[in-house]
Design a protein around this ligand. Sequence first.
Ligand code: GDP
Length: 186
Amino acid sequence: MAQWQDGFDREGIDYMFKVVMIGDSGVGKSQLLNRFVRNDFHMKSKATIGVEFLTKTVLMDHKLVKAQIWDTAGQERYQAITTAYYRGATGALLAYDITNRHSFNHIEKWLDELHHHADKNIVVMLVGNKSDLSSIRQVSIEEAEDLAKQKGLFFIETSALDSNNVEPAFLGLLSQIYTKVGKKHI
Ligand code: GDP
């Protein structure tokens, strides 16, 4: 699967998928997006505050797929994520922090919110972030796998800090969307 630069004009694009980042504040959503799109990481976060979405174009099955990936930019702290955020989304990256059990316990709440606001066919990738801090983890891989299986989600552990599995998380989600709902032209 080849990578392409940002900024393709729409003419070359075969498909466009909207993806939303969700999950508790502080789990690393902005940094995951930053790592995937810009291959960058900031220890002091919120560099991306105010950014509504970033785009990245990838080649998939000989087609150019443009992902428009929306970041909450901190709105979740005030429970202010609007229906507009979810509108048209074909995929969600639902993140928790493996060192923070509360963020994992809230997964069901996020799924409820998703099912309330988003298309019922939305593809969800459950992402356990901060795998570089595995020595202080509060959530095991097995219990996350169990939850994912029970809820019909894809699952992967990542680290935005050291890049572990960040591309597979996003590209895996995009490829599942492509397989499921792919044939919608922009
Ligand atoms: P958001 O509120 O979910 O968007 O979370 P941020 O992306 O703002 O990250 C919250 C904090 O966690 C920041 O201090 C980040 O530097 C840190 N962080 C994010 N991802 C990782 C990671 O993979 N490993 C470690 N150790 N820290 C991370």
